[in-house]
Ligand binder design. Structure first.
Ligand SMILES: [Zn+2]
Length: 198
């Protein structure tokens, strides 16, 4: 039986996505063995994250400034807007460096099962943003999951009232595929071959 301090840390880490109790325990042991070398840098990075990072009031990206670096970059094409479910998807697309426009993060996907409604996501903000004009194309870059596609269809319907071209990622995406897990080539292909929402 480990000490209370260790159990508390294991419990906190095992709540992280992708880390179950077993791997959390391994990570904690690794850190304890290296508490002189690895721990200070980790603590500093965590404290910095807490202090310095904010959510962009325009697009929902996480950055050190609001508006974020992408929203504030004048070289970005302000006429193209790419809608994603999560910040991780924005980062995945932006790593691929193929989309020159700006983004809008929904903060999740519609789900009848989990009770996620349009007003629980940044959908009203999206409609307001598109309604202000100056945008020619909205790319719906939802995950190729059932809920992702339901969300894309809902958005396409709501966006119909605006004079914008609505496209979505090509279905080179594997079924059930989450953007965040795709390699850059697949992602680039899906973005390049994007097509109008039918
Ligand atoms: Zn932003």
């Amino acid at each position: 039986m480990a000490s209370q301090e260790i159990e508390t840390l294991v419990a906190a880490l095992s709540r992280l996505p992708g880390l179950g109790p077993r791997s959390a325990r391994r990570a904690v042991l690794w850190l304890i063995k290296r508490r002189q070398s690895a721990l200070p840098a980790l603590l500093e990075a965590l404290a910095h994250v807490q202090e310095a990072l904010v959510e962009c009031a325009t697009c929902g990206n996480i950055d050190t400034t609001s508006p974020c670096a992408i929203c504030a970059d004048p070289r970005r094409d302000s006429r193209a807007l790419c809608v994603v479910e999560d910040v991780a998807d924005l980062w995945a697309l932006d790593r691929a460096r193929l989309f020159a426009g700006r983004y809008h993060v929904l903060g999740g996907r519609l789900s009848a099962l989990d009770g996620v409604r349009p007003e629980d996501l940044a959908i009203p903000a999206l409609l307001e943003r598109v309604g202000q004009g100056g945008i020619d194309e909205v790319v719906l870059a939802m995950n190729a999951t059932l809920e992702g596609q339901t969300t894309a269809h809902y958005l396409a319907e709501r966006l119909e009232q605006f004079p914008v071209r609505i496209t979505q990622l090509a279905h080179g995406l594997p079924v059930g595929g989450e953007l965040d897990y795709l390699d850059e080539g697949t992602l680039a292909q899906a973005l390049r071959a994007r097509r109008p929402v039918s």
